[in-house]
Design a protein around this ligand. Sequence first.
Ligand SMILES: [Zn+2]
Length: 276
Amino acid sequence: MKLDPERQEIEYRCNICGSKNQLESGKFHRELALCQKCGSNARFRGIIHVLAGFLGLTDHGCLREWPRRTNIFGIGMSDWPGYATLLQEKFSYENTFYDRPPQLDIQNPTEAQLGKYDFVISSDVFEHVLPPLQQGFDNLLALLKPGGALVFSVPYTRSLETMEHYPGLHEYEILDFRGGKILVNRNEAGALEVYDNPVFHGGEGATLEMRLFCEADVLNRLARAGFTDILVHDQPHLPIGFYWPELISADPAVPLYAYIISARRPRGPAVRGMFR
Ligand SMILES: [Zn+2]
């Protein structure tokens, strides 16, 4: 996101808790830029900002002040508790987890979860989703009612291809090895593969990073799933502190963009497969 270089101090009102904050523009960061009251980062405020646009609630102040509309159904995938708790108060919304109830396995959603939701939030989850990857995107669409909205983010590059860290993943285990971790995989042909230094998010032993997306692949996969109105939200919205500098990676060899992306399930009959 580009910013007027003259601008130094940015005053913003957190669109989650409503508190006023002030921060130098250079200190903004996708995962930092924390609201002093609720601790929201710029990504979380962006997610709620994009959701507000879909629900027609942009002029209704912060999430805490939004009207209660229990006829709107939403689902989150390991959403940040700071906004999940408020979404639960306002809507028929449920935050879900991969490994504990309330559960959502995006590769195997239950019948009851299909076509049920007006919005789905999936923020920084799909870099961890097990293959087959396209099926995960297809299921995102399948969760939504016709006309429903997806608010999505993953860290991504603008390289030509998504980098799958473990392309032949089949039967695998993460093992301790000489003070570190290794990933051992038996691929479909039956051969053993060993991967050194697997990358985890949320500390070692937490969630395994499966891939590093490229932007074009994310957009293509959303289109292939049947989504329309696919938008990359790369413009700052300073009144709520939705801003981070263009790149979020410290490694110049692997610049990361990681903007929030939104998309809609068409209102008409599904045209899934059209772009395959
Ligand atoms: Zn806040």
